[in-house]
Ligand binder design. Sequence first.
Ligand code: FE2
Ligand code: FE2
Length: 156
Amino acid sequence: MNGQAGPSAHPYTIKAGCHMLRDWSDVYLIGIADIDQQHRGFFAASHRLYEDILDREGKSAVTEAITFMRDYAESHFQTEEVFMREHDYPAIKEHLRQHVAFFRSLDELENDLMIFGPSQDLADRALDITQDWLIDHIADEDMLYSLHIKGRLASS
Ligand SMILES: [Fe+2]
Ligand SMILES: [Fe+2]
């Protein structure tokens, strides 16, 4: 990062220095191999999006990275939904609402990228709504259904 953020044309504000690329850590594992593998891929898609926005190579690279992120998230969330349904996870509705909210944030980001063009601010926001969102979502939500599923498997 070279610190040349430029004027922000969007009211969305981020505390400087809060957002950084984080390496994958086993702290994020929830103990279901397929899901853990997908979470790693989600991280990678998030980093690719951040870097493509920073590269400012033009709108097509950014659009591709957004599309890749959206497709990746869609297939990951579908995997989770199947697991949750298979195991009668009681809080599935609330969990799925959060997945829907993720797409809303991504749509808003894409919209702003199209209007304002790539910038440091929007790259930071991309990291906030993808990588940082995922870290919180794993800890607060995915971990819960994992515990539920593991509990059921252990008692069956
Ligand atoms: Fe997940
Ligand atoms: Fe999830």
